[in-house]
Write a protein that binds this ligand. Structure first.
Ligand code: DP6
Length: 399
């Protein structure tokens, strides 16, 4: 008897132009377009195995080994139902086996700890959609699959592509024109690297889903952002990416992170995602760029923050070593630097400041305020993996 199963992995993406606000909460249609960089799944990824089998009693899903409830009408159920619908079309048209009638078991695993405070919903839903699309042998393009991933989590639609990706907000009420498109592949600008600074945080923050809904309901600044700011920025950052113009890319990325946090603050009651450590990292990057420009150089790094205190710093590869040395000068490391690119040749980074850097821009913090670094770079889109990579055992339970 045939086993109907597929395994796929999908990357994390970090937005430069932020998605924040829905015009339709059920279909997950945004109030503005957004644009992100896909990070390398050699470092950060979600992997998902899906199997369809007539002996299964019902659809079931495990995340990192723990079973999750697939609620009727919920986001997971919607994504699975949409992919089944596409499979039924294939079965009708091409006479393929009717595996859409079988329940599915789905096991998903993130290779980064949830405790790292990195959002996993984008890579998670992208991997889920990619694995079911492979299981069902759907003839769908990444943009078509992004329509489905979007209904799992808005930002997930951008993880269906590698490189530089925009989510076009669309205007139709049914959401059929709200999908992701590739702005440029990773090969266009492979030396764009990312340094994630994992910031320690004990308090439970406001989730993206509820935070952005409150912003839509109460922020007047959001209306200005949607109408006047984002459309122009989407054009300008696409041009900057096409021209590999890092200073322009960096200026827009930092401005849009700032404005996203400004609309969070403009929400009633106000939402604060950044903390003192986040703000100190901003001060360091601003001073780093100022010192470079003053010395006749150009902008060398860009910060961006999502709905939490972690910083993501985008920079050309050749600047990352200097940036790590700068940050460890203010944030002594509590755990060894995972030097995946061999920047420090087997040694641990030592603090040092670039020439002309004004040391007093921020105070020095105690060890562990920045818990860890993750050094990665622009990466590729979802991958279909070999059957040896399965996350389900012979009984269809997580391995
Ligand atoms: C700040 O995609 O997590 O990361 O659609 O409700 O699941 P839902 O929200 P989500 O929001 C992401 C918000 C952000 C900005 C971004 O990724 O564009």
């Amino acid at each position: 008897m045939s086993v109907y199963q597929a395994t796929a992995s999908a990357p994390v993406n970090i937005a430069c132009i932020k998605y924040w606000g829905k015009r339709d909460t059920k279909l997950i249609l945004p109030t503005n377009s957004s644009l992100s960089v896909t990070l390398d799944q050699d470092h950060l990824r979600s992997t998902t195995t899906s199997r369809a089998d007539p002996s299964f009693k019902q659809d079931r899903l495990w995340l990192n080994g723990k079973e999750e409830d697939i609620k009727d009408g919920g986001r997971l159920a919607t994504c699975i139902a949409e992919l089944r619908r596409l499979r039924r079309e294939v079965e009708k048209k091409e006479g393929k086996p009717k595996i859409s009638e079988y329940p599915v078991h789905i096991a998903s695993y993130n290779n980064f700890p949830t405790a790292a405070g990195l959002a996993s919903s984008a890579s998670g839903f992208a991997a889920l959609v990619a694995s079911l699309a492979a299981l069902y042998e759907l003839p769908a393009t990444p943009s078509e699959l992004s329509l489905i991933a979007r209904q799992g989590s808005g930002s997930a639609c951008r993880s269906l592509f590698g490189g530089f990706v925009s989510w076009e907000m669309g205007s139709k009420a049914d959401g059929s024109d709200s999908f992701a498109v590739e702005v440029a592949p990773r090969s266009h600008w492979p030396n764009l690297h990312a340094l994630i600074c994992v910031v320690s945080d004990d308090k439970k923050g406001t989730s993206s889903t509820s935070g952005m809904q409150r912003t839509v309901e109460t922020s007047t600044l959001l209306q200005h952002r949607i109408k006047e700011v984002v459309p122009e920025r989407m054009r300008a950052i696409s041009d900057a990416i096409k021209a590999r113009d890092f200073p322009a890319f960096a200026r827009i990325t930092m401005a849009d992170s700032n404005q996203f946090h400004a609309v969070a603050l403009d929400t009633e009651p106000p939402i604060f995602y950044m903390n003192d450590v986040s703000r100190a990292i901003i001060a360091l990057i601003v001073e780093y760029n100022r010192a470079s420009v003053t010395a006749g150089g150009s902008i060398k790094a860009a910060y961006t923050f999502d709905a939490g205190p972690n910083a993501v710093i985008y920079a050309p590869e050749e600047n990352i070593k200097e940036i790590v040395q700068l940050i460890v000068s203010y944030f002594p490391q509590a755990q060894p630097f995972n030097d995946v690119f061999g920047l420090f040749r087997g040694n641990q980074p030592q603090g040092s400041l670039p020439v002309g850097f004004n040391e007093s821009v921020t105070k020095k913090f105690d060890a562990g305020a920045v818990k860890a670094f993750i050094h990665t770079r622009v990466g590729d889109g979802p991958r279909v993996l070999d059957s040896e990579e399965t996350l389900l055992n012979a009984e269809g339970l997580p391995t």
